[in-house]
Design a protein around this ligand. Sequence first.
Ligand code: FES
Length: 136
Amino acid sequence: MTDVPDGGCAAAADARVLLIRHGDEILAFENRCLHKDTPLHEGHLTDAILACPLHHWRYELPSGRLVGHSVGLPRVPIQTDGGRIRVIPPEEPPASISALLRDHARTWSRTDNSSRDTSAGPYGVASSSSAEETSP
Ligand code: FES
């Protein structure tokens, strides 16, 4: 059994679930920062913003959305019965943004890049023996 302090958060279900008391409501999310999977129950909660304890990514409440982005913390279903909460923990945690980017980079590096144009802009290149400034 877990107590959720007023205006605070707590971990439940072997720390896989983040519970937040937000006003009269209990919110439940997966307890993993979207950045590097850091548990968020030790984050800083102020004015309906939860900040990750590691690199301070910020999540809006009650949505759990990453501030300034359309992605957010996955919700975890709960059932309330009087003063008790029953948490239904996630079975398979989704990948963090870091893991998704790593997978994307692996896929990208396996594709045929031989015809990809990697030049950018109308910039001249100066050799070290005849350095001169160029303008676009
Ligand atoms: S792990 Fe949460 S912001 Fe980096």
